[in-house]
Every structure is written in C-alpha cells, then in structure tokens.
Design a protein around this ligand. Structure first.
Ligand code: SF4
Ligand code: SF4
Length: 228
C-alpha cells in the first residue's frame, strides 16, 4: 500500500505525535529496547510481501528518531497484518502492539495519511455494525477488493448459485454470511462506543459515523438504551 507522507509536518508536530505514542498506557509493556536481531522480521508475514520491517519501526521509536518515526507512522504501519507473530521478540517487545498504538494515534490525531489508508474500509465497518458480519457474499465484487484477484469475478457472477449450493446452516442469502442476534449488535455498538472506537471512526470519516448512529438508533430504542 502506498500512502503519501505528509511533507508539511513540522518538528513540533512530529514530537507531539511521538509523545502521544509514548504516553499510551500500553507502551511500557510493548517496547523495552531492541537487539536488532531481526527475529521479528523473520516471523512477519507482511515483511515477505512489502518493503516493511517491524525491526525498523521498533528501532526508530527506541532511538527517538522523529523523522523516521514520522515516515513509519504515516506509511509503514498500514502494512502490518496485526497477526502478532513478532511477539516472539527475545527483548520482550511487541512490535505489532507498538504498531497498534501508532495506528490508533494516527487516527485519533487525524493524520491525513490515516484517512487515506482507511479509505474503502467503510463498507466493511458498515457491514459489521448493520449485520454483525464482516464480509458478506454480496461484497465479493471485483471492484470492491481488487487485491482479491481474478477469481472473485467468477464467484461474483454466480453468487446466488454458490449460496444455494451451501448447507442450510450458512443461510442462502447473499447479504449476510450468518445470522446475528440484535442483542449482539447492540453489545457490539456499546463496546465500540465505550472503548472509543466510534470516536476513531468519526475522526477519519464523519459521514460513516453518522450512518452508523442512524443504523443503530432504532435498535437502541427497542432495547431501551440511551447512549450519552
Ligand atoms: S525481535 Fe525484538 S529485539 Fe529483535 S529486532 Fe525485532 S524488536 Fe528488536
Ligand atoms: S503484527 Fe505486524 S509487524 Fe508483527 S508479525 Fe504481524 S504483520 Fe508483522
């Protein structure tokens, strides 16, 4: 994924964003220094496919190299698959955890690169909130996820047929992958609300945030829940 670095960043802005990462309550658990051994890179699936290195990101943070940190927080963090295979670090670091913090700070600080990196994810977020399903069959469209490759074209052409051929417990619809109880959707919404996920969505996509609130309004009323 190529995301342009925000060139107009000032040293003060870089220091501010770096400070937010270090101030995160999880930071002390995730970063303890770096032996530069590269074990995290060897374990990292993203490093096989992208010009991406959890070692470089961890080192930049440990050395407090603000220019490199700025490059990573704007570009590289979005290439992490969040699999945490790098947690086998002999220094006890969690490069994936550090990257999680950096992503969250990039979003909440409203970095333009974060908004650009997350563009296109809104259909997945909307689907999760409205149906509890991350990816449903009707999303298997070639233009929706170009990186899924040419086979998606065949599948999307015969979607109804494929769905009818599946066992009954998977449902035969194309708009949901499985059925989710309304109570679960309400719980999901409240978790997102209380943990700040909805605020993060608002920071990158205000329109999507409004749509999600509209989607949930009736359901919350049905369950007599008032969200403040
Ligand atoms: S595995 Fe740990 S110590 Fe080794 S390079 Fe990665 S972060 Fe540094
Ligand atoms: S969590 Fe990210 S950095 Fe760590 S191994 Fe997975 S893809 Fe690589």
């Amino acid at each position: 994924m190529t995301v342009p670095v925000v060139r107009e960043a000032t040293p003060e802005r870089k220091a501010e964003i770096f400070g937010k990462v270090v101030a995160d309550v999880r930071f002390q658990d995730y970063v303890h220094g770096c032996y530069e051994c590269g074990i995290c890179v060897a374990a990292c699936p993203s490093a096989r496919f992208y010009d991406f290195s959890p070692r470089k990101i961890t080192q930049a943070v440990c050395r407090e190299d603000l220019d490199l940190f700025w490059e990573h927080v704007n570009v590289d963090v979005w290439n992490c698959s969040q699999c945490f295979s790098c947690d086998r670090c002999p220094r006890g670091n969690s490069p994936g955890g550090l990257i999680t913090i950096m992503r969250e700070v990039a979003v909440t600080a409203g970095l333009r690169s974060a908004k650009e990196a997350l563009e296109g994810g809104e259909r997945v977020v909307y689907k999760i909130m409205s149906t509890g399903t991350q990816v449903s069959p009707d999303m298997l469209q070639p233009e929706a996820f170009p990186d899924w490759g040419p086979d998606v074209q065949d599948v999307s052409r015969n979607l109804d047929l494929w769905r009818r051929a599946l066992p009954p417990e998977t449902l035969h619809t194309t708009t949901t992958a499985w059925e989710i109880d309304d109570k679960t959707l309400v719980e999901l919404y409240l978790i997102w609300h209380m943990t700040g996920v909805l605020d993060m969505i608002k920071a990158v996509d205000e329109g999507l945030h409004m749509i999600l609130n509209d989607v949930m309004e009736e359901l919350l009323e049905d369950h007599d829940i008032v969200v403040s």
